[in-house]
Design a protein around this ligand. Structure first.
Ligand code: B1M
Length: 210
């Protein structure tokens, strides 16, 4: 097994200490931090993401893996900062106004980052104006909105309407998701993409930039 396989497996198993030890040793040896991230940590998270999509693992396992991956990223942070990864595209992500659920949104963020996308995470309770202003000021081509409450889904429509008002609908794509959101709802509000899970959301977001 290579060091990348070890890191991948330890992410899947949530073994934070093993990950920290390997990364410290590899950086000491002069290994490339980007390769450790891409081929080790993110590869492991990608396996977990696929299993999650196929109902082979569930939220607790995903969160444990996510925590392990974050610990690995933190351990690589200084080395990575000196060798900035080229972003494959920018995504403005958030949970819509009135909605404080962020576990699914955080998974979307991790999956998107694992695909090399730069995510501007606006957190929770995000207004349509904030989504649109942030996308414009950061030159992002994708706004990704998460909603868990039926009462807050209408904010996604406001995002589309605001983009239309500004003549940006189509230029800035709107992705929607979250438990109550459906393909039918996406069509009704004129959003561009609906995905049911975090892994598919990252695939679609990447495809927009390719
Ligand atoms: Co609340 N809550 N909650 N809650 N909560 C739900 C959503 C609910 C369905 C529970 C229920 O009644 N059965 C219900 C909503 C009913 C409805 O509107 N139809 C509900 C309610 C009513 C409420 C409150 C109003 C309760 C109250 O105060 N009376 C309140 C609202 C607060 C607010 O937001 N203003 C509330 C509060 C909370 C907690 C704070 C306690 C907590 C949130 C903690 C947190 O997020 N930090 C919470 C939780 C945990 C839940 C449940 C139990 C679990 C949600 C979750 O994290 N799931 C939930 C019931 C349930 O869903 N079974 C419930 C795991 C997560 C991984 O899944 O977020 O769906 P999910 O993400 C999925 C996909 O949806 C998708 O990817 C993920 C999987 O890969 N996805 C996207 C998500 N965003 C995406 C974006 C995309 C693409 C895919 O593209 C952009």
């Amino acid at each position: 097994m290579s060091v990348y396989d070890d890191l991948s497996l330890y992410v899947q198993q949530g073994r934070v200490n093993n990950i920290k030890e390997i990364i410290a040793a590899e950086l000491e040896k002069g290994s490339n931090p980007k390769d450790l991230l891409q081929n080790g940590l993110l590869a492991g998270m990608s396996v977990v993401g696929d299993k999650f999509k196929n109902n082979q693992v569930f939220v607790p396992e995903v969160l444990i893996a996510a925590r392990a991956m974050q610990a690995g990223i933190d351990a690589l942070a200084v080395a990575l900062a000196s060798e900035k990864m080229e972003s494959k595209g920018k995504i403005v992500l958030g949970t819509v106004k009135g909605d404080l659920h962020d576990i699914g949104k955080n998974l979307v963020k991790i999956m998107m980052e694992s695909k090399g996308l730069e995510v501007i995470d606006l957190g929770v309770d995000v207004s349509a104006e904030k989504f649109v202003e942030t996308a414009i000021s950061n030159d992002a081509q994708v706004i990704a909105c998460s909603a868990l409450l039926t009462t807050t889904m209408s904010v996604m429509k406001q995002v589309v309407e605001l983009l239309e008002e500004k003549g940006l609908h189509g230029q800035i794509k709107v992705m929607v998701g979250g438990a109550p959101v459906t393909e039918d709802f996406k069509c009704k509000i004129g959003a561009d993409y609906y995905t049911a899970d975090a892994s598919s959301a990252s695939d679609v977001a990447l495809s927009i930039y390719q």
